[in-house]
Design a protein around this ligand. Sequence first.
Ligand SMILES: [Zn+2]
Length: 222
Amino acid sequence: MKRSSVLEKSPATSAGSTLEKLKQGVKHFQENTFEASRDLFESLAAGQKPHTLMITCADSRIRPNVITGSQAGDLFTLRNIANIVPPFADSGPADETAAVVEYAVEALRVEHIVIMGHTDCGGVKALLQPEKLSTLPTVSNWLSHAAGVADKCHCGCNSARRLEQAIRGNVLLQLQHLAAYPVVAAAVAEGRLQIHGWVYEIATGKVTYFQESAGEWRDLTE
Ligand SMILES: [Zn+2]
């Protein structure tokens, strides 16, 4: 009896139509987007020189290239649940985040690292309601790198305000972790790297950034 590979299994109806949608998307990309920027794509075939490492959430609603008007080749990107940068001290010899950061800073010589959180972040929401993680032990372990951001608010404010504060607090915590990576600390000290904390608002398209000198969040485009 022939064993079919997992990848070759005939998809169920819904999965089949989703796959068809993806194929049509590739066709549309090849016939339109690619053709419109053929010179750019051909030049990129020889290598990349991105100016920024973007660390953002894996959430499907976040499109870093679209949000920043960036082209292929502009952003080196790391995505995970809740845009977390685990403390360097916790990284093992094969740590993904440490490898991406090292490669971006030392090999690609990016000029900026942006950590971009977002409104309605499921990862940060789960920190506020840890009972929802009872069947997701791996996610729960991962989110332990953001533990504490849920406890910072003691003002008795409503849940929406509390979530917003936790989302911003998480970006600041991950910035602290990032700044302590030896390659980052060295490049910042040399004046060739800047690190930034942003929050993207899904419902409005607004992006705010943390202005360290003022100690507050401001509209990025004002
Ligand atoms: Zn998220």
